[in-house]
Design a protein around this ligand. Structure first.
Ligand code: GDP
Ligand code: K
Ligand code: MG
Length: 296
């Protein structure tokens, strides 16, 4: 019998390359929300993949980018720390886009650490196979990758090969978490994230980035039902208006979509009591950031 292997793997890449999608696919459940908006993932999310022979702990990091607010500052710091703590870095890029300034910025950061790096070329379902090799060559000129793995995180193409290569890279080690453990985020946090995801999907422009969700109450009720009260915080009253919508139509739609997924997560019927409040400048307030889980 071979020894048990375990280790930590950081997912790094520009916003929207599919880091959260890959994590959710590998884990077979939604632990990170996904959308086509940058900065969808604000925290370091830990996802644990366990089999009889290995345990891989994935860190889905917020993107590395130049900080603009205090929240942005913290996100960059979190991402950099993650690079140094881990056994392996997966650098995800979009097969459908050329190498950009964002990718070069990340490569510069990767050169500062000694951790081995795999280049994971995602979204291959979107490109002709002929386009893949030139793109990979461009990346190979910039950095010496341990492996290059083309995948589609959305459809699961080649993800098992990727997993196999990851495990080969990991040292022998113990299981750090019990086998049934999938994520370090409490249900309450994921519930808030699922609501935020629906806001990201349904709104545009400045609204998505100015939104945070606080889950104030999760109370079991009769017939296995769970009462969830949550508040969507926004920075301006004009945004509050958009989020509520004509006769409450937007808030109703957000609630309807979020409730469906929260029910799936909790495995119980859910009554979702959703509110919108204006909390100016929450992104720069220490207290709020801590309350929302963006600070440890
Ligand atoms: P992140 O910001 O890197 O975490 O990216 P997300 O996981 O949130 O994904 C961003 C967008 O890309 C979402 O709309 C995903 O559905 C989409 N996406 C992710 N992986 C793939 C893929 O393999 N193929 C295609 N076509 N779309 C993908
Ligand atoms: K995203
Ligand atoms: Mg993400």
């Amino acid at each position: 019998m071979t020894a048990f292997k375990s280790g930590f793997v950081a997912l790094i890449g520009r916003p929207n390359v599919g880091k959260s999608t890959l994590l959710n696919y590998v884990l077979g459940q939604k632990v990170a929300i996904m959308s086509d908006k940058p900065q969808t993932t604000r925290n370091k999310i830990r996802g644990v993949y366990t089999t009889d022979t290995e345990q891989v702990i994935f860190l889905d990091t917020p993107g590395i980018h130049k900080p603009k607010s205090r929240l942005g500052d913290w996100m960059v710091k979190t991402a950099r720390e993650a690079l140094e703590e881990v056994d392996l870095v997966l650098f995800l890029v979009d097969a459908d886009e050329g190498i950009g300034a964002g990718d070069r910025y990340i490569i510069k950061r990767l050169k500062e650490v000694r951790t081995p790096v795999f280049l994971v070329v995602n979204k291959i379902d979107r490109v002709h196979p002929d386009a893949l090799l030139p793109l990979i060559d461009t990346y190979r000129k910039e950095f010496s990758f341990k492996e290059v793995v083309p995948i589609s995180a959305l459809h699961g193409n080649n993800t098992s090969t990727l997993l196999q290569l990851i495990v080969e890279e990991l040292p022998e080690g113990p299981a750090y978490y019990p086998s049934e453990y999938v994520t370090d985020h409490p249900e309450r946090f994921i519930v808030g994230e699922l609501i935020r995801e629906k806001v990201l999907h349904l709104t545009r422009e400045e609204v998505p980035h100015s939104v945070a969700v606080v889950v104030e109450e999760m109370t079991p009720e009769e017939e296995n039902r769970i009462f969830v009260r949550a508040t969507i915080l926004t920075e301006r009253s004009s945004q509050k208006g958009i989020l509520i919508g004509k006769q409450g139509s937007m808030l109703k739609e957000v609630g309807k979509r979020a409730r469906k997924e929260i029910q799936r997560l909790l495995g119980s019927p859910v009554y979702l009591d959703l509110w919108v409040k204006v909390k100016r400048d929450w992104r720069n307030e220490e207290y709020m950031l801590r309350q929302l889980g963006y600070r440890q």
